[in-house]
Design a protein around this ligand. Sequence first.
Ligand code: SAH
Length: 230
Amino acid sequence: MNNSQRIAGIGMTSQRTRERLIQRLQEQGIQHPAVLDALRQIPRHLFLDEAMAHRAYEDTALPIGYQQTLSQPYIVARMSELLLGDTQPAGYRAMKILEIGSGSGYQSAVLASMVGEVFALERIKPLLLAARKRMRQLKLRNVQMRHADGLEGWHAQAPFDGILIAAAPDRIPQTLLSQLVPGGRMVLPLGSRSQKLVVIEQGEQGFAQREIESVRFVPLLPGVSSGRGL
Ligand code: SAH
């Protein structure tokens, strides 16, 4: 199978299976047309091992090794929607986003297809290397990925219009808030045993926090890992 056949998922998933996923997301309340389009376009099967790829268009989280998971499509869609907010296309196409915990790179790819630039940090090295390869394969040239502890953010590229965190911290990471532009937005799962998806917006009177719904994410861990022994 050549590269373009692999990207298209030929012989593996029908267009109907993918369209069913999009329908399901709409039934669950995802409305943003650009987000729905992004999930329609990005081939999720490429972000999984071959043994898992046939389940790529189910609306569930799936294992990617190293005790981590590829996020559920609904969550990827919801977080993307919250990050874009009511920004008009001309606005979000110019957005600069920081993503913490890029894992397989699926969320990074979804964002990259909508916004100007994505800067992604991942603490497990082999996941980072595999995700970077997928960005190249999909010709997503507006994503930069680094093996680093996301809690420190990315000073050299700050400030960001939005920050998306894909692993749950116990407390709001203040260093990251300081890397947002005025009016910027951070979307994250917050808490340990019980977690809420939270949006933090920087307004004129400081930061405002909004709880969206209950979620379950892997914990945000400090430091970096070579991936050996995991
Ligand atoms: N959206 C990703 C989900 C990845 S799971 C996907 O769809 O594939 C969360 C990821 O956060 C894991 O890969 C984990 O290694 C990473 N992570 C946890 N703590 C981190 C930290 N401090 N800095 C960077 N990445 C972190």
